[in-house]
Ligand binder design. Sequence first.
Ligand SMILES: Nc1ncnc2c1ncn2[C@@H]1O[C@H](COP(=O)(O)OP(=O)(O)OP(=O)(O)O)[C@@H](O)[C@H]1O
Ligand SMILES: C[C@@](O)(CCOP(=O)(O)OP(=O)(O)O)CC(=O)O
Length: 397
Amino acid sequence: MSIYTASTTAPVNIATLKYWGKRDKTLNLPTNSSISVTLAQEDLRTLTSVATSESFSQDQLWLNGQPESLQGERTQHCLQDLRNLRARVEAQDSNLPRMSQWKLHIVSENNFPTAAGLASSAAGFAALVMAIAKLYQLPDSHSEISKIARKGSGSACRSLFGGYVAWEMGSESDGSDSKAVEVAPQSHWPEMKAAILVVSADRKDTPSTSGMQHTVATSDLFQERIHNVVPKRFEEMKQAIQDRDFTRFAELTMRDSNSFHATCLDSFPPIFYMNDTSRKIVKLCHQINAFYDETIVAYTFDAGPNAVLYYLQENEAKLMAFVHHVFQKNSGWETKFSQGDLEKFSDFFKTRVAPEVAFEFDEELYKGVSRVILTQVGPGPLDTTECLINKSTGYPN
Ligand SMILES: Nc1ncnc2c1ncn2[C@@H]1O[C@H](COP(=O)(O)OP(=O)(O)OP(=O)(O)O)[C@@H](O)[C@H]1O
Ligand SMILES: C[C@@](O)(CCOP(=O)(O)OP(=O)(O)O)CC(=O)O
């Protein structure tokens, strides 16, 4: 019996205007709109292959080589929605194979640590939904498909696009207008780079889903955030991206990360995602901007202690003079920079920064960081010829 397959890759996205709070938990409908930057897939991506055949007896998922349950309510929602769309296509053409009634085999690999606060669930659900949409040859747009990914994990809807992406919260109770849209493609502002400082943490304080429910239920500050702060900031940030205004973009990004973490602290009992290392990184970024008397770096933190630093290519040497000085003992530098580049950063530090800098460096800060991931703005899901499924057996290669 025929086995049909399809594969896709999908990126990670890191929000610059944070999604935090749901108005509907089952449909993953948010209490505010959000904005993110999609990151390049050489560094962080999910590759997912899917197969279907009349001969398969059950839906199965293998994640990073291990069987994983597909029974979660959110995953079931995604699969059901995709099957419904496929059934609609089949109803219009009786020659099409009845895939909507067959079981699926899904094989997925992340090229970075899963569940380590690096948004693996966003890339994971985006790839799963895109690969099945491709297998089913669905005619729907990426925004339509993003509504299905949203039901898997809210932030996943933004990974359906590259570049600069908004998730419009919508107002319908069935979620039909809560979808991702492109703010600007990668090519509009390709100079955006990101340095991720992976901060060592034993475990996450509280999972995002329960954390945001807790904030919605207990924080007064949260009401101020969703009603008065974010709606205005959403428009301002889109404009800053359209204008390629890094100073504006950076300030809004830092303020929004701080605002989100403030609502976590205002939850009762409070939730702590940032740790001492995270806070020292915030301080260092402000010191760097003050040193140059110009905003060259923006920090942002998700539901964990990892820092994501956004900056423009043109300011790389100025920023890395500091960042490389402090974190040079961490791994990750050699993947993107030659020995010559790294020496230039050290020289810049010695000749330009050290003689003038007016604050002390915490020489131990690198100990709170496990590695550095250097990346940049990137494209949305990509077609690939790589396939993780054996086309004659329907099982993982
Ligand atoms: N490639 C994938 N395919 C399908 N599901 C995935 C994939 N990668 C991750 N997931 C799902 O996402 C879960 C991890 O989500 P979790 O929110 O705990 O971590 P994270 O997304 O890496 O971190 P954070 O949300 O803090 O950025 C995994 O346990 C798995 O269920
Ligand atoms: C802090 C955040 O990263 C929260 C992401 O939350 P998730 O999308 O992981 O939550 P669920 O919808 O419950 O799966 C901010 C953001 O990405 O916008």
